[in-house]
Every structure is written in C-alpha cells, then in structure tokens.
Design a protein around this ligand. Sequence first.
Ligand code: SF4
Ligand code: MG
Length: 312
Amino acid sequence: GISVHFHLGGGGFLGGKPRILRAVENVSFAIGEGETLALVGESGSGKSTLGNVVAGLQPPTAGTLRFRGRTLDRATWPQARRSIQIVFQDPFGALDPRMPVSAIIAEPLRIQGIGTPAERRARTAALVEQVGLPVDALNRYPHEFSGGQRQRIAIARALAPDPALIVADEPLSALDVSIQSQVLNLMKELQERLGLSYLFISHDLAVVNHLVDRVAVLYLGRLVELAPRQLLFDRPSHPYTQALLHAVPRIGRKRARGQTIKGEMPSPLNPPPGCVFHPRCPKAQDVCRTTAPILEPAPGRAAHMSACHFKE
Ligand code: SF4
Ligand code: MG
C-alpha cells in the first residue's frame, strides 16, 4: 500500500494553493527470494521513486514495507539496510571521483561497521574479481574506467554487504548497447550464484524480457498490471500494457493486441478522475471516467493482476 506524495509548497511568489504531486499511489507487490521483478513504465511514472522507497532512500507517505516477514520501521531498518542495496542508472554520477575503487566498494561496509579493515580489504578484492574487473582496479579511480566497468564497480559496491535484494534502477540505460548484454549477463550470473532478488526498474520491455520472472507495469504512479513475464508478453490484459507491447518490435511473434498509445501521460499533479489511463485509452467507457478500477486477477488467471474495468 505504498504511496509517495510530494508537497510542492504554493502560496509563494507564484501564489496559489499548495500542490500535491502524487508520484506513487497505493502500490503493493511482493518479491520472492531469488526472484526478479521488473518495474516498467514511462519516464515520470514513479518507478524510481518507488525503487527509492524499497531501498530505504525515500520514506513513503503511506503504506509499509516488509522484509522477511518483519515490518520495516525506525527500529528494524538499521538491521535490514545491509540486505537491501541499490544500483543507479548513471554509473558516472554514482561513484565519487575522488575515491579509489577499493574505498568505493568498501564504503557500505565501513558505514555500517561491518568487518575489520583487513576483512574489508579481502572482501573488496574478492568482489572486484567477482564482477569481472582486473585486480589492479582497486587502486584506480572511477574516471579511468568505461561506463560498463563503472557499472561493475557500482554492482560490487552493492554486493559488498551481502544483500538479499538489489534495486537496479535502469542499470543499463546509460550504457552502450554492446555493453548492456555483458552487464545483464553479469547480473544473471550473480543472481544464480548468490540467490539474489532483483527489483529491476526499466522503461524498456525488450530488456526486461531477458532477465525477469514477473513484470509490474506502472502508469502515473499506479500499478496497472502485474503478471508472470510470459503471460504479460503473450496475453497482456491491460490496454496500457497492450499499447506498450505494441511499440516493442519482436521477431517471430505476432503483434501484440492493442493500438499505439495516443497523447502524453498526464501530470501527477493533476491526475485524471476515475481510471487515470482513460484520456488515452482506446477502450474507455463512461464508467472509466468516474470509477477507478482496482488491481485484481484477470478472468481465470489468479497470478495475473490487472487494473481495468474491461480487462482481457
Ligand atoms: Fe481503459 Fe477503462 Fe480499462 Fe482504464 S478501466 S484501462 S480507461 S478500459
Ligand atoms: Mg528513473
């Protein structure tokens, strides 16, 4: 039931009422051990905000997080923190240019007081190897590395405290296409070896198709569809997902149902009433303009959730 609302002042030199930006609205999902859940949506859909909430970087306005059965609050976050790490989109901005790689990777250990200095050094050296960087990377600085290598450094840093879950916020988007599959393969390999869970945030459904178990589709801060990957790709239920898939070129498959999406996503400052997708939805009826649909199973498919009055 996570919501994140930003209060944007108002009454200042622009006058007017205080405004509320509803970045995330009543979103619920679970991620299993060793599972990869993709969080997909256009830019501005709230996916990074939601990722930051899961990683403990952004407190939710409402709702609760649970980790291994325990509600995360002021008392329980400190213990859970090492188990939930994040990798950001921009491998250039995410690494302190003044720190050698060894210090960058050891940082979460140092901050949380995990291990002795000697143990941290040994762990850091092992991690560099695990993510496929040369051993001499330890004494070098971020600017000496390519984008793909920097993302490996960021992944090593996330792995340092031996996490259970990694939030990966568009980890491939800033990389050359030729490098993307290498980093993706590394993430897969690490998952198999370490039993990691991923919340994999992406605007790119084609990338998602290679890694994930389930897909959550976000639109204007709302979860509109949540389904096992194959079901979502083969039989999308929600008109928005159908439109998204329609835009993805795929080889050897018939085109997904639905039409190309029209118009732009409305502002989260002023979401439409009823179903927030109705101004753009080719299937919209009167009820859609007044009543918000709830996320519930598609007919005959318990694991396939869709928020639409006329779900397929
Ligand atoms: Fe479209 Fe109505 Fe379904 Fe919303 S509830 S996605 S407007 S058909
Ligand atoms: Mg983002």
